[in-house]
Design a protein around this ligand. Structure first.
Ligand SMILES: [Fe+2]
Ligand SMILES: [Fe+2]
Length: 359
């Protein structure tokens, strides 16, 4: 016979079972559906019925808890840093990154010697390539060391550094990868560098770029792809150099298009220097606002004989593997001759000597 429960009995059962309909039904010996139906009727009559606290998770847990413990298990320790430590570490990492990037916007270099100076900008050395004029590198680094006030700078691609699928190209050159790094170290230690930039070939090493550590021994500035520098002279003059392995943009009519575009549309600096394309180019612009003269330059390469350029049929646009710029800080900031450009480094070194004797 069908069992009937009174409203009071249902309320009492719900009270005892924390409002869980199925449990109340068990206590009353009726079906859960019958309890649910009666609850809606009772609510219709205006009675206050406790809400269900049913939680399937609890029920599952209870079911598991009811099982006898047949074995015990000590959970393994975490195999990685906790998320709290990870977030704290990421914050510190970002703080380092921000500090580096903000300091890189314009890197001050304080020149300690009075008077005019010169910078010999070395084109892509590719020092391990069979087509590299290593004797010219030897002569030009010696010239830097022998000339008072002359500094060296490098716009990148110090070695071929063939990586990944290009590693097969070591078969086309007579230097091994190990010999390439020996030559790189020899090159870097030949003279003191005002700045060095990592080119695309150097960057193929990834985060573990060996040049970074070689240059560190010299305490020289080494940056990937670009460096914007403010040379601060003892008399207060500031000359800015915006050097990149390559300035974006090209034109078949104007090889200096990339650095010119950077000068016209970007920052207004005195010297724009780029390598990478292994071609020489030069254009002079005036900044109409500050009145400074901006020199947009491209420097070629010590890789004088280039099989890749020959295969592609590139026009020979190299005036010299390097370019020398003299800077006379005694001239007013807007003077058009504050920076002079020489494609023959010996000529530039002679002019620098003349300038230094004169002032
Ligand atoms: Fe290059
Ligand atoms: Fe390059």
């Amino acid at each position: 016979m069908r069992k009937i429960a009174t409203d009071e009995q249902i309320l009492d059962a719900l009270e005892k079972s924390n409002g869980i309909r199925a449990k109340a039904a068990q206590l009353l010996g009726i079906t859960p559906r019958a309890v649910i139906d009666r609850v809606s009727v009772m609510r219709g009559k205006g009675l206050t019925v406790p809400n269900s606290t049913y939680n399937p998770g609890d029920q599952t847990k209870e079911r598991f808890d009811r099982k006898p413990q047949e074995f015990t298990f000590t959970p393994l320790p975490e195999d990685d840093i906790s998320v709290e430590d990870l977030v704290a570490h990421r914050k510190r990492q970002f703080a380092y990154k921000r500090e580096y990037e903000e300091a890189s916007r314009l890197i001050p270099i304080r020149i300690k010697i009075p008077g005019p100076i010169g910078i010999l900008h070395f084109g892509d050395p590719h020092v391990d390539d069979d087509g590299c004029d290593i004797e010219a590198i030897e002569l030009h680094t010696a010239l830097v060391n022998a000339t008072e006030g002359l500094f060296a700078a490098n716009v990148g691609d110090t070695t071929n550094n063939w990586c990944d699928r290009l590693a097969r190209l070591y078969a086309d050159q007579s230097t091994s990868a190990a010999q390439s790094w020996k030559l790189a170290e020899w090159f870097v230690n030949r003279c003191r560098w005002l700045y060095m930039i990592a080119g695309n070939h150097d960057l193929w090493s990834g985060a573990g770029d060996p040049l970074k550590w070689i240059v560190k021994q010299q305490n020289a500035l080494y940056k990937s792809s670009e460096a914007r520098i403010a040379l601060r002279f003892p008399n207060g003059t500031e000359v800015r150099i915006n050097a990149r392995h390559d300035h974006a943009g090209s034109s078949i009519w104007n090889p200096a298009h990339g650095p010119m575009k950077a000068a016209m549309l970007g920052t207004r600096d005195h010297i724009y220097m780029a390598g990478h394309k292994h071609e020489s180019a030069y254009s002079v612009l005036k900044d109409p606002i500050s009145g400074i003269t901006m020199h947009a330059l491209k420097v070629a390469s010590y890789k004088v004989y280039d099989r890749f350029a020959k295969d592609k049929g590139f026009r020979d646009n190299a005036l010299s593997p390097c370019v020398l710029t003299t800077i006379n800080p005694h001239l007013p900031p807007a003077h058009p001759d504050m920076v002079k450009v020489f494609w023959e480094p010996e000529e530039g070194a002679d002019y620098l000597g003349y300038l230094r004797r004169k002032t």
